[in-house]
Write a new protein. Structure first.
Length: 151
């Protein structure tokens, strides 16, 4: 509380910067993207008051048709449907496509292999020696042939 002394105020008042309620600024480490999420053009431009995110998804039914390139230069048409906010995440998009699921599985397998190669000292020794490396590759080829024959 500020005091009056000879007509002068001693102290200070803190005035907080007022921001409109409900409007939040996008943090510096985030990106805001505003793109059309469906190909349907709405002829009715009357504003609609929706009270929840669920109502927004039910009203607008956002979806997007995309073309995914598969192995062998083939392509697959896919319609991504967004029914909740988590559908916009990497996992939500991968969940909607078999091609992306296969690619994610391969990526996981390859990263595990890289991790094993980088952290296994004995394997690094084998790969570092040309003679051991040649024998190791022959062993792997034999194992692959046996697995293919058993299938």
């Amino acid at each position: 509380m500020a005091k009056n002394l000879y007509g002068y105020r001693i102290g200070s008042d803190v005035k907080e910067k007022e921001a409109p309620t409900g409007v939040k600024l996008v943090p510096d480490n985030k990106t805001l993207m505003a793109i059309p999420l469906n190909d349907d053009h709405d002829d009715d431009v009357t504003p609609v008051r929706l009270k929840s995110v669920k109502e927004i998804f039910e009203h607008y039914k956002p979806s997007r048709e995309v073309e995914l390139k598969t192995e062998g230069d083939a392509s697959e048409e896919l319609v991504l449907k967004f029914n909740k906010l988590s559908d916009f995440s990497k996992d939500g998009i991968i969940e909607q496509s078999k091609v992306l699921q296969d690619q994610e599985e391969k990526t996981t397998i390859y990263s595990r292999m890289v991790d094993v190669l980088q952290n296994n000292g004995k394997l690094q020794t084998v790969i570092g020696n040309e003679e051991y490396k040649k024998e190791f590759l022959e062993l792997l080829e034999t194992l692959i042939e046996e697995i293919n024959e058993s299938e």
